[in-house]
Design a protein around this ligand. Structure first.
Ligand SMILES: [Zn+2]
Length: 285
């Protein structure tokens, strides 16, 4: 009888606690990788129409079109991030109020956490894949960002002179989205690929197979010369990381190649990633 009372009390307490959790704004998840005191970075222009506005660990980019801006991923929800992201956009000479679309490439907090606060400030349409919309709701509940449109495999977004082609590339999350789009280097067009989650995060063999098959399929897409990294260290082995490339870009002399335009690197990176993914799947749990 005594035990029964205890367990009933426990259930009542647990229920009360759960309700409190369900309605409370998610606690910031602070770590060395998202501490702005060490992770803040100067934003910079990568191409004529592409700007890096992320942190030392995670990428976030702005595409400038003839009819406004497109923001790719929104960084964390931790205190100071909204001001940081908007500040970076202003620092490269763009106006946050010109953002027409925000694309969330994956439902992990370092990529979408900043979206709800951003929605209170900018009047833009937010899109992501359905599977990752669900992930955000599971994680953030009523605090999840508003999603205005669902991105499906093969969808395109056209804004002014710019077109983004979306691909569904699951594996990091169930609804990871990747993008093909053109970037311009002093007016010269190059095809770029931004993989929204290039690291398998499940040991499910079927999902692993889909992830690897996608990498091989991406390798066959003709004409991709530029890899855009969603984390600073997404690169082929031995290749410069995002900020090392930024230094090369800053010291580039007239006539020298753009450090991001490297089709061989893109191919090597995909091959290595497929090999690494196979090894990861073969590892015992
Ligand atoms: Zn992630």
């Amino acid at each position: 009888m005594y035990l029964r009372i205890i367990s009933t009390t426990c259930i009542a307490l647990a229920t009360a606690f759960w309700f409190q959790l369900a309605s409370a704004q998610p606690e910031p998840r602070l770590s060395g990788g998202n501490d702005l005191r060490t992770m803040a970075r100067d934003p910079f222009q990568v191409f004529d129409n592409l700007y890096f506005v992320g942190i030392g660990e995670v990428g976030s980019y702005v595409i400038e079109t003839s009819d406004g801006l497109i923001l790719l991923d929104t960084l964390w929800d931790n205190p100071g991030y909204t001001e940081y992201l908007l500040g970076n956009i202003r620092e490269v000479g763009l106006y946050p109020m010109d953002i027409k679309y925000v694309i969330i490439l994956q439902g992990h907090r370092d990529h979408y956490g900043g979206a709800p606060a951003l929605q209170k400030i900018i009047d833009a349409r937010f899109g992501t894949a359905e599977e990752d919309r669900k992930l955000m709701v599971e994680d953030f509940g009523e605090w999840a960002p508003r999603i205005d449109f669902i991105i499906e495999e093969g969808d395109s977004l056209i804004l002014g002179d710019t077109r983004l082609d979306f691909e569904n590339t699951p594996g990091h999350t169930p609804g990871t989205t990747s993008i093909r789009f053109s970037v311009f280097d002093n007016g010269t067009e190059h095809l770029a690929y931004l993989h929204g989650g290039p690291l398998l995060r499940t040991k499910d063999p079927g999902a692993g197979q889909v992830f690897i098959e996608d990498l091989w399929r991406i390798k066959q897409i003709p004409g991709i010369e530029v890899q855009i990294a969603n984390h600073f260290d997404i690169a082929a082995r031995g290749a410069p990381d995002l900020f090392e490339r930024a230094e090369l870009l800053a010291s580039r002399q007239p006539g020298e190649p753009h450090p991001w335009v490297d089709p061989g690197h893109f191919q090597r990176w995909l091959t290595e990633l497929a090999e690494d993914t196979r090894a990861y799947l073969a590892e015992p749990d």
